[in-house]
Design a protein around this ligand. Structure first.
Ligand code: FE2
Length: 252
């Protein structure tokens, strides 16, 4: 559809202060750049970018500067939410300044895009506080937008991976129920799981995008990475409330 809102979904870049910082043998700045180059070389042009957390890995302000410098050439508004590896006090100075935004909401076309914070300081697992759920509800109820895309770091549903589900969203059921009762939510997009996911929950498309660096093995009882390459996702928010999405793997 020509009037769709096109969202480039990137997640979990796990950047370091140094350009050569590695996560399990992968230079994360290089793989994010590879993903960005792949996007830029294509003929699909996004209106917005969404980054669902774990921007950095090493607790440094410099890694956020690196994120900013890698993303600025896109010349697009970038919606960000924190992940469990993020440090909110270091992330906000970069992500609260245009063209970045932090847990923000925006009406664009027929859609409301809103980021929510699902992180618990010091815990890999997540919880969306009642205050954050109220903020979400107020934004949705107060918006004339017909449809809503909710963005967060942690998965609101189990992934069928024993270790990963121990660090999921402890109140996922409550979050899903709130999304359902708000009625206009059509998409929930998240990161954290470093793997592909795309299922429907009562008319809400629940979507994860693999990381721009290393991926976790799907369905594994114990922590395990696999050899899938970096990835990103194209999401098109259509004016009838449906979405189209395509996952792109970026091999060397
Ligand atoms: Fe991550």
């Amino acid at each position: 559809m020509n009037d769709a809102i096109r969202v480039l979904h990137l997640t979990d870049p796990h950047l370091f202060a140094g350009a050569d910082g590695q996560l399990r043998g992968t230079v994360t700045a290089a793989t994010l750049q590879r993903v960005l180059d792949h996007y830029s070389a294509g003929d699909w042009q996004a209106h917005r970018v969404l980054v669902t957390g774990d921007l950095i890995q090493d607790d440094s302000a410099e890694a956020y500067d690196r994120f900013r410098d890698l993303m600025l050439p896109l010349n697009l508004r970038v919606h960000c939410v924190p992940g469990n590896h993020d440090i909110r006090d270091l992330m906000r100075p970069v992500c609260c300044r245009p063209p970045f935004s932090y847990c923000a909401w925006e009406e664009i076309g027929d859609w409301l895009i809103i980021g929510i914070d699902s992180c618990v300081t010091g815990d890999a697992g997540g919880r969306v506080t009642s205050a954050e759920l109220e903020r979400l509800a107020e934004a949705v109820i107060g918006s004339p937008a017909k449809y809503v895309m909710v963005c967060l770091h942690h998965p609101p549903v189990p992934m069928g991976s024993k270790w990963l589900d121990t660090v999921g969203l402890v109140n996922g059921d409550e979050v899903l129920e709130r999304l359902r009762t708000l009625e206009r939510v059509r998409v929930a997009a998240f990161g954290h799981v470093h793997q592909e996911f795309d299922e429907d929950y009562e008319g809400i498309r629940i979507i994860a995008t693999p990381s721009t660096c290393r991926q976790f093995a799907r369905g594994s009882d114990d922590f395990a990475v696999d050899d899938n390459p970096p990835a990103y996702r194209r999401i098109e928010l259509n004016s009838d409330g449906s979405i189209d999405t395509e996952l792109l793997w970026v091999s060397e």
